[in-house]
Design a protein around this ligand. Structure first.
Ligand SMILES: Nc1nc2c(ncn2[C@@H]2O[C@H](COP(=O)(O)OP(=O)(O)OP(=O)(O)O)[C@@H](O)[C@H]2O)c(=O)[nH]1
Length: 404
C-alpha cells in the first residue's frame, strides 16, 4: 500500500519524456520566433526609412519651383497628392526665410501608443531635406513617415509566424510521442516481465529483444539472471524432492520407514469405510541378536536387507512394506481381502525368509520371522491396530519359543 502510494506520487517516464521534448521544442521555437521577428522588424525599419528618404528626395526636387516662387497652392497639391497615397503622415515646407508654405497632415493619421511607438522606433525623428536651387538652399521639407503599412505587416507577419510556430510545436510533440513509443515499449517489456516473475515465481520467462542497445544489454543481463535463477530453482526442487523421499525411506533397506508407514496407515484408516478392509502384518526377526553376535553387525545388516527385499517381492503394488526399526518390519496389505489369502501370504513369507541368506563373504545364514497380524476394524486408530498386531506377534513369538 505504502509502495503504491509512493508510486502514485511519482511521474511516469512517458510524462517525463513528454515534458522534456515539449520544453525543448518550445525553447527552440521561441528562440526562432524571436530571431525571425527581430530580423523582420529590422528589415521593416530599414525599408521604411529608405522609402521615406527616397520620397523626400523626389518630392524636394518636384517642389523646387514652387518653393522658389513661393507658390503655396502648387506645393500643397504636389505634397497632398503623394500624402493621400499614404506615402507619409505629415509634410511641412518652409522657405529659407521661415515662411511656412505647406503644413499638410494626413487626416487618417494613426494615433495611439502603438503607432507612435512604432513611428519613433522606425524613423527616430521627422526627416528634413533641403530644397536647393542653383546650389543655394531655398527651403526645407520635413516629412513624418507613415506606419500604416509597417503596422499591418508586423501584425500579419507576427500572427503568421506565431501560428506557424504553434503548428510546428504540435507536430514536434506528436512526432516525439511517436518516436518515444519504441523506448517506452522496451521499458514496459522489462518492467512487466520482472513484475510477472516476482508474482508468479516462474523463472522460465525471458525478456523479448529490444531495438535499443542499452535496453538490449539490460535485458541480456536480466535474462542471464533469470536462467541462473531457473537452474537454481530446478536444483532446489530436485533436492527438496530427494530430501522428502529420504525423510520417508529407511536408509539400510530402502523400504518405507516408520514415518511413511504411519502416514500410509492413517490414509488407509481414513479411507476404510469406502474401501475393502486391509490387514496389518507385524514381523519381528527371531534371535536376531545372535546373528549379530555370531557373524557381526555388517552381516546382520545384510540379513535385514535380504528380509526387506524378500518381503517386497511378495507384496503387490498397493501393499506397503516398511522397516519400523531394528529387526521389526511391517506390511500393510490391501491386496488380500480374505483370511485364506492372508494365510497363504504368511506361508509364502515364512518360506521366503527361511531360505538361507548368503552374505558377502559367502556364509549362508538361516533366519526366520514371527508374524502377528490384525485386520482393520471400524473405529480403528493407528495405535489400536498396531497394538493388536504387536500383541498377536508377541503371542506367536511366545509359542515358537516354547516349541524351540
Ligand atoms: N545388524 C544390525 N542389528 C541391529 C540393527 N538394529 C537393531 N539391531 C539389533 O537387533 C537386535 C534385536 O534384538 P531383539 O529383537 O531385542 O531380540 P532378538 O535377538 O531378535 O530376540 P527375539 O526377538 O526375542 O527373538 C539387537 O541385538 C540390536 O542390536 C541394525 O540396524 N543392524
Amino acid at each position: 500500500m505504502k509502495i503504491e502510494n509512493s508510486l502514485n506520487d511519482k511521474s511516469s517516464i512517458r510524462n517525463k519524456l513528454r515534458k522534456i521534448s515539449t520544453i525543448n521544442s518550445a525553447v527552440i521555437l521561441l528562440l526562432c520566433w524571436l530571431l525571425l521577428s527581430s530580423t523582420s522588424l529590422l528589415f521593416i525599419k530599414s525599408y521604411e526609412k529608405r522609402n521615406l528618404e527616397l520620397i523626400a528626395a523626389t518630392l524636394s526636387t518636384t517642389l523646387t519651383a514652387a518653393t522658389v516662387f513661393e507658390d503655396s497652392y502648387d506645393a500643397h497639391n504636389k505634397i497632398a497628392r503623394l500624402g493621400n497615397e499614404g506615402m507619409f503622415d505629415s509634410a511641412k515646407l518652409v522657405t529659407d526665410d521661415h515662411t511656412v508654405l505647406v503644413d499638410w497632415h494626413d487626416r487618417q493619421e494613426q494615433t495611439g501608443w502603438y503607432p507612435r511607438l512604432l513611428r519613433e522606433w522606425i524613423y527616430l525623428k521627422p526627416l528634413s531635406v533641403n530644397i536647393n536651387h542653383s546650389e543655394a538652399n531655398v527651403g526645407t521639407l520635413t516629412l513624418e513617415g507613415t506606419v500604416t503599412g509597417a503596422a499591418d505587416f508586423i501584425r500579419y507577419s507576427l500572427m503568421i509566424l506565431t501560428s506557424g510556430m504553434l503548428c510546428v510545436l504540435i507536430i514536434s510533440f506528436l512526432l516525439s510521442e511517436f518516436l518515444h513509443r519504441g523506448i517506452l515499449a522496451s521499458l514496459r517489456n522489462i518492467t512487466s516481465s520482472i513484475h510477472y516473475v516476482i508474482h508468479s515465481g516462474d523463472f522460465s520467462l525471458r525478456i523479448p529483444e529490444s531495438p535499443t542497445r542499452e535496453f538490449q544489454l539490460f535485458s541480456n543481463d536480466l535474462n542471464s539472471l533469470l536462467t541462473e535463477m531457473q537452474t537454481l530453482q530446478a536444483s532446489l526442487i530436485r533436492d527438496n524432492r530427494t530430501l522428502a523421499a529420504k525423510a520417508l525411506e529407511d536408509p539400510l533397506t530402502g523400504l518405507a520407514n516408520r514415518a511413511a508407514f504411519v502416514a500410509r496407515l492413517t490414509q488407509l484408516l481414513d479411507q476404510q469405510l469406502a474401501k475393502e478392509r486391509f490387514v496389518l502384518l507385524f514381523l519381528d526377526g527371531d534371535r536376531f541378536k545372535s546373528i549379530n553376535d555370531n557373524w557381526g553387525h555388517a552381516a546382520g545388516d545384510e540379513v535385514l536387507k535380504a528380509i526387506g527385499s524378500r518381503l517386497s517381492a511378495l507384496a503387490y503394488k498397493q501393499d506397503l512394506v516398511a522397516r519400523l526399526g531394528g529387526d521389526e518390519f511391517a506390511m500393510l496389505v490391501s491386496s488380500r481381502a480374505s483370511e485364506a489369502q492372508l494365510q497363504l501370504l504368511m506361508q509364502d513369507i515364512n518360506e521366503a525368509i527361511s531360505q538361507k541368506i548368503v552374505i558377502a563373504e559367502g556364509t549362508p545364514i538361516s533366519t526366520s520371522v514371527t508374524i502377528g497380524y490384525a485386520w482393520s476394524q471400524h473405529g480403528d486408530t493407528v495405535e489400536s491396530i498396531l497394538e493388536r498386531a504387536d500383541m498377536n506377534m508377541y503371542k506367536n513369538k511366545g509359542k515358537s519359543k516354547v516349541r524351540r
